[in-house]
Design a binder for this molecule. Structure first.
Ligand code: NDP
Ligand code: GDR
Length: 330
């Protein structure tokens, strides 16, 4: 009998790649989606079109314990990947309250529903390098102290602590991935990488003239999302639940990302990128770079996609969508 997986956040970047991975591995895949997604599938289910006919979707929301309990009770999953969250750090400054409510209570509800209705299920929590925030050492590892700098980061620290506590108090097989930034052509347009690659393609095709960005000096450890969902799966295949940093170990600035993306479409970013102070965050995370040695040793995981290949792949996808050849300026 095939194993059953429940993915919350299946319509997001990571959820879509994870659903494809698990379907390819022969899992029976169930996904939690908001009711509006079922009403507007063309737009809201666009990332999961390749597997739409091979998965089962259930309406539910992170705000509603009964909806989560019902889905867990019905599906009886062997593995649950809890990816759903308000994931945009910038927005968490505009609405701290809803970010904390959705991310902390949502995680708590999923953990409580599993403990009550499917206690043998293995659980994955989508932790984040934003938990390190104002970093206390470099590179950051599982032992580095957390110092979150946003409501988003705080909500992920709370989710991480809840996950660990359900492991210790109730014996749930619960693991957290502390994932550093990972990107792809499916990344949301609000995140800086996709904003840059889509912006460069729009400028190259003559549809836009400038791209407004915030802090160009922030540094991130950017990997490729399909590589990262493999680490999530590997964590739940371990006999003992644990927490793992997942990262490339390399860091680059937003400025370097711009430079490379624009050069791939034959443009000089300095002629098009405008720095807008309104896009700076009230508290910034200046520099992140992860040490994934534990994941490498225990899970056999390593990042397979380098920075240049990642930027190229995203630029090519956005150029293709904008009807422009990479390297050709219109
Ligand atoms: P996305 O923003 O692409 O996807 C978020 C998902 O959560 C969407 O499916 C969204 O559904 C769902 N969601 C949001 N709010 C609710 C809600 N109230 N009820 C039900 N579903 C909801 O995120 P990613 O795929 O990039 O990230 C996946 C997870 O990993 C997130 O928890 C994120 O915080 C975390 N993470 C991501 C990293 C990255 O670099 N990508 C790094 C570290 C952690 P809808 O489509 O309806 O909006
Ligand atoms: P991040 O990703 O906050 O790291 O969270 P984002 O791409 O939003 O920002 C990265 C860095 O770029 C700077 N920046 C800008 N960011 C955005 N979005 N828009 C801009 O115009 C802009 N200009 C500069 C930011 O200040 C920041 O320093 C992502 C999310 O996926 C989280 O869910 C996840 O937990 C972390 O990565 C790890």
């Amino acid at each position: 009998m095939s194993r059953k997986a429940l993915i919350t956040g299946i319509t997001g970047q990571d959820g879509s790649y994870l659903a494809e991975l698990l379907v390819a591995k022969g899992y029976e895949v169930h996904g939690l989606v908001r009711r509006v997604a079922l009403e507007d599938p063309g737009h809201r289910l666009r990332r999961i079109t390749t597997v739409r006919d091979q998965i089962v979707l259930h309406a539910g929301s992170l705000e509603s314990f009964p909806s989560l309990f019902q889905v867990v009770r019905q599906t009886q999953p062997d593995e649950c990947y809890h990816l759903a969250a308000q994931s945009f750090v910038s927005y968490s400054f505009d609405d701290e309250f809803s970010t904390l409510n959705t991310n902390i209570n949502g995680t708590h509800y999923v953990l409580a529903a599993l403990t009550a209705a499917a206690p043998e299920c293995r659980f994955y929590f989508a932790g984040s390098s934003e938990m390190f925030g104002k970093v206390e050492e470099t590179p950051q590892a599982e032992t580095t102290r957390f110092h979150p700098r946003s409501a988003y980061g705080i909500s992920k620290v709370a989710g991480f602590d809840l996950t660990r506590n359900y492991r210790e108090a109730y014996g749930l097989h619960a693991s957290s991935g502390i994932l550093f930034n990972h990107e792809s052509p499916r990344r949301g347009y609000e995140f800086v990488t996709r904003k840059i690659t889509a912006g460069a393609a729009a400028i190259a095709s003559g549809k836009a003239r400038e791209l407004r960005l915030g802090n160009l000096e922030a540094r991130r450890d950017w990997g490729h999302a399909p590589d990262y969902v493999e680490a999530m799966w590997a964590m739940l295949q371990q006999d003992t639940p644990d927490d793992y940093v997942v990262a490339t170990g390399e860091t680059h600035s937003v400025r370097e990302f711009c430079e490379m993306a624009f050069s791939l479409v034959g443009l000089d970013y300095r002629e098009h990128v405008v720095t807008d102070p309104a896009l700076y965050r009230p508290a910034e995370v200046d520099m992140l770079v992860g040490n994934a040695a534990k994941a490498r040793k225990a899970l056999g995981w390593c990042s397979r996609t380098d920075f240049q290949s990642l930027v190229r792949m995203m630029v090519e996808a956005d150029c293709c969508a904008a009807g422009v050849e990479p390297g050709n300026r219109r």
